[in-house]
Design a protein around this ligand. Structure first.
Ligand SMILES: C[C@H](O)[C@H](O)[C@H]1CNC2=NC(N)=NC(=O)C2=N1
Length: 118
């Protein structure tokens, strides 16, 4: 079975099926440290990563951005000194799609080898 972080995203489209409550309950267990936020009625996955300085935070930001470009699925990224907040949701579908869980898991894999983690 392909692990979530090794899976690939499907093309984003309006009307794409959002995860059901049952799927959400299963998938969230695979990305244990992510928070579920609801903003303007849109469910999102969010996690904060801490770094020793801005340079390391920026390098991680760029690595996540590169993965997003590869998959054609893009996060919200807030990069601050020593801190990066990553938010995944499906913009056109206006909620959480399996793509978002794939990319949250992929973000964690990137963080595992990122330099300057705190
Ligand atoms: C045209 C382009 O592929 C689409 O706008 C993609 C880009 N990246 C995306 N990323 C996310 N998270 N949601 C989207 O709906 C989305 N749509």
């Amino acid at each position: 079975m392909t692990t979530l972080s090794q899976a690939h995203c499907e093309a984003c489209r309006a009307g794409a099926p959002l995860v059901s409550d049952e799927e959400l309950a299963v998938l969230i267990k695979e990305i244990p440290d992510w928070n579920i936020e609801v903003r303007d009625g849109v469910m999102q996955l969010e996690k904060v990563y801490l770094f020793k300085n801005f340079r390391h935070a920026l390098a991680f930001t760029n690595a996540v951005g590169a993965a997003a470009e590869e998959e054609g699925h893009h996060p919200g990224l807030l990069t601050e000194w020593g801190k990066v907040t990553v938010t995944w949701w499906s913009h056109e579908a206006k909620g959480l799609h399996r793509n978002d869980f794939i990319m949250a898991a992929r973000t964690d894999r990137i963080a595992e080898t990122a330099e300057g983690r705190k």
